[in-house]
Design a protein around this ligand. Structure first.
Ligand code: FAD
Length: 550
C-alpha cells in the first residue's frame, strides 16, 4: 500500500473541547471577593489584587502549580561526604510560587504595614493566589500566624519581625542576624496525640536563662525547611512554647533532624515531615506551663487561612466547572444552558459566594478585634464555625465541580483531582472537625460575649428574609434549651450556626437572586442535601452570571 502524506490529526478533528482557562484576571472576575474587600475596608488594595489576579491567571503560574506537585520535595539527610544536612530539595516551580507569595506580602504584610483593612487585603490576596496552588500556602500561612506569638517576647520580636515579614524570599539557612527574609513553622503534634496536646512528651531542660534544651520527636512538622519553629515541650511546670531556630547564633546547626517526609494524599508540593530533637536549643516564649495558651494565638490566623484556602479551592473548582459548561455541548445545547446543569452550577456558585463572604467578614473582624470587643468575640466564634463548615463543604463541592467536566474532570490535567486531594487537609489540621466543633461549644459556654456577638451579627439581617428569621428563631430556642452543653450534637449546632451566619451575610450584602436562593436551599422548608437541588423560584442564570461573568 502507498503511504499517503496526511496532516497529523489523521483520524478526526478535535471538537467540542473548551479552550484552556488561562490569561485572565482572577480578581476582576470575582464580584463576591471584590465587594467583600470594599465592605471590610480593603478597597485600597484593589490595584495590588488586580496585579496578583493577572499573575494567577497566567500560563506561567498555572504551569508552576502543576510542576510543583508533579515534582514533589525530596529529603536530603546527608551531603556526599556523609555529613548530616537535613535539607529539602524543591523544584524551581515551588520557589517561584513562594517568591510571588512572599514578595506580595501574603506571609506578613498586615504586621509590617498595619492599616485599616490590612488583614482583609491579605486574606483576599491569599485567596486569589491559593487558586494557583495550595501547598505552598502552608509555610506562608504559618509564618503569618507566628507573629502574634513571637510578639510575646519583645527581644525576639525586635530581631525577628523584620525578617519574618520582609518581602524577600531567601530559602537559605543562615544565622538569623544575616537573613533578609525567613519563614517560621510550628511543631506540636506527636505520635501519641495531635488534638490532645497535653500528651506531648518532648522534654525541655533549662540550659541557660530562657534557653532550654529540647529532646523528643514531632510526628507532623510541615515546611521543615523553615528557618525556625514554634515548638511545644514539657518543662518543669508543664507544657511550654519555645522558639527554635534551625541554626545556632555561631553558625552551627541546631540538633533538629528530619527523619522522613510524609507520603500524603494531597498537599504534595509541600514537605511535611517527622522530626527528632536531640538537645536542640530553643528560647522560651510565654510562661512555663502556658504552652497551649501561648501558641493558640497562632490559631485564629491559621484557621482563617484554612477557611480562605478552602474557599479558594471552591472558587477554583467553580471556575473550571462553569468555564467547561459554557463551552461544552451535549444533546444539541451547551451544558450551561441545560436546566439541570444550570441548577448544579448555580448551587456550587452559592456555596462559593457564601464561603467568600464569610472569609471577608472574618478577616474584617480580625482587623478590628483589638479595638472592638464585638469584633473580637465574632472572630472567636466565626472563625471556629467557619473552619468547621467551609473546610467540610469544600470536599463535596469540588467532587461535584469535577463531575461537571465529566471524564475530563477526573484527569490530572484538569486540575480538579489536585483540588480534590487538597481539600480534606484544611478540615484535619488546626483542629479536626470534632475538636473544632467542641472548641466552639466551649467558647460559647465559657465566654457568653461570643454568643451575644454571634446573635447580634445575625440580628443585623432581621426582617429581610422570613426563612432566615425562622432559622434564627429556632437557633435561639436551641440555645435557650442549652444545646451548647450537648457534645454529641456539636456538629449539628455548628452547622446550623454557620449556615445562619452565611445566610445573614448574603441577605445583607449579596443580590437577592443569591441570598434568596441560598436561604431557600440551605435553611428553607425545601432544602435538600446534594448540590443541584435549588428549589423552584431560584434564578440559576442570574446566580451563575454573577459568579462567572466570562
Ligand atoms: C498535611 C498535614 C500537615 C500537618 N502539619 C502539621 C504541622 O506543621 N505541625 C503540627 O504540629 N501538626 C501538623 N499536622 C498535624 C495535625 O494538626 C493533626 O493531625 C491534627 O491536629 C489531629 O491530630 P491527630 O492526627 O493526632 O489525631 P487525633 O488527635 O488522634 O484525632 C483523631 C480524630 O479524633 C477526633 N477527636 C479527638 N478528640 C475528640 C473528642 N474529644 N471527641 C470527639 N472526637 C475527637 C479528631 O477530631 C479526629 O477526627 C499536620 C497534619 C497534616 C495531615
Amino acid at each position: 500500500m502507498d503511504t499517503i502524506d496526511r496532516p497529523l490529526n489523521v483520524t478526526h478533528e478535535v471538537t467540542n473541547q473548551p479552550p484552556p482557562l488561562a490569561g485572565y484576571d482572577l480578581f476582576a472576575h470575582d464580584a463576591a471577593l471584590s465587594e467583600g474587600l470594599r465592605r471590610e475596608g480593603g478597597a485600597w488594595d484593589e490595584p495590588g489584587l488586580h496585579e496578583l489576579g493577572v499573575l494567577a491567571g497566567s500560563d506561567e503560574a498555572i504551569a508552576c502549580g502543576f510542576d510543583a506537585n508533579r515534582f514533589p520535595p525530596e529529603l536530603r539527610t546527608h551531603d556526599r561526604f556523609g555529613n548530616r544536612i537535613d535539607e529539602i530539595a524543591f523544584h524551581p516551580a515551588w520557589h517561584w510560587l513562594m517568591e510571588v507569595a512572599v514578595s506580595h506580602g501574603l506571609h506578613g504584610a498586615p504586621w509590617r504595614s498595619p492599616r485599616e483593612g490590612a488583614h482583609v487585603a491579605r486574606a483576599a490576596r491569599f485567596f486569589v493566589w491559593s487558586q494557583v496552588e495550595s501547598g505552598h500556602g502552608c509555610p506562608i500561612s504559618m509564618t503569618y500566624a507566628s507573629i502574634p506569638v513571637i510578639r510575646r517576647r519583645a527581644d525576639l520580636a525586635a530581631l525577628l519581625e523584620p525578617v519574618l515579614t520582609s518581602t524577600t524570599y531567601e530559602p537559605v539557612l543562615r544565622p538569623l542576624r544575616e537573613k533578609r527574609g525567613a519563614l517560621c513553622g510550628m511543631a506540636m503534634t506527636e505520635k501519641q496525640g495531635g488534638s490532645d496536646l497535653r500528651t506531648n512528651t518532648t522534654r525541655a531542660e533549662p540550659f541557660d536563662g530562657d534557653t532550654y534544651a529540647l529532646t523528643g520527636h514531632k510526628w507532623f512538622c510541615s515546611a521543615p525547611m523553615s528557618d525556625a519553629f514554634l515548638v511545644l515541650a514539657q518543662a518543669a511546670d508543664g507544657l511550654t512554647c519555645f522558639f527554635l531556630h534551625r541554626m545556632l547564633p555561631d553558625g552551627t546547626r541546631n540538633a533538629i533532624r528530619i527523619q522522613r517526609l510524609k507520603d500524603k494524599l494531597g498537599n504534595r508540593s509541600n514537605a511535611s515531615s517527622e522530626i527528632e530533637l536531640d538537645n536542640a536549643l530553643a528560647l522560651r516564649v510565654g510562661d512555663e506551663g502556658r504552652g497551649i495558651a501561648t501558641i493558640i494565638e497562632m490559631v485564629n490566623h491559621t484557621r482563617l487561612d484554612c477557611i480562605g484556602g478552602s474557599a479558594a479551592l471552591m472558587r477554583a473548582a467553580l471556575a473550571q466547572a462553569a468555564h467547561h459548561a459554557r463551552h461544552r455541548r451535549a444533546f444539541g445545547a451547551r451544558l450551561a444552558e441545560q436546566p439541570l446543569m444550570r441548577n448544579v452550577l448555580a448551587d456550587l456558585a452559592l456555596e462559593s459566594e457564601a464561603a467568600t463572604a464569610l472569609l471577608m467578614r472574618l478577616a474584617g473582624a480580625i482587623d478590628r478585634a483589638a479595638l472592638d470587643p464585638h469584633e473580637a468575640a465574632l472572630a472567636r466564634v466565626g472563625i471556629a464555625l467557619g473552619k468547621y463548615w467551609v473546610c467540610k463543604r469544600a470536599i463535596a463541592h469540588i467532587a461535584e465541580a469535577m463531575e461537571c467536566l465529566g471524564g475530563n474532570g477526573y484527569v490530572e490535567e484538569s486540575i480538579l483531582p489536585r483540588l480534590y486531594r487538597e481539600a480534606p487537609v484544611n478540615a484535619i489540621w488546626e483542629g479536626s472537625g470534632n475538636v473544632n466543633a467542641l472548641d466552639l461549644l466551649r467558647a460559647l459556654t465559657k465566654n457568653p460575649e461570643t454568643r451575644s456577638a454571634y446573635f447580634a451579627e445575625l440580628d443585623r439581617a432581621t426582617g429581610a428574609n422570613p426563612a432566615l428569621d425562622a432559622a434564627v428563631a429556632s437557633l435561639r430556642d436551641a440555645f435557650a434549651a442549652d444545646v451548647t452543653t450537648r457534645e454529641a450534637d456539636a456538629r449539628r449546632t455548628v452547622e446550623q450556626m454557620a449556615l445562619a451566619l452565611q445566610a445573614a451575610l448574603l441577605v445583607r450584602h449579596a443580590p437577592p437572586a443569591v441570598s434568596d436562593a441560598f436561604v431557600a436551599a440551605r435553611l428553607g422548608a425545601e432544602r435538600a442535601s446534594g448540590f443541584g437541588t435549588l428549589p423552584q423560584g431560584a434564578d440559576p442564570r442570574a446566580i451563575l452570571d454573577r459568579a462567572w461573568p466570562r
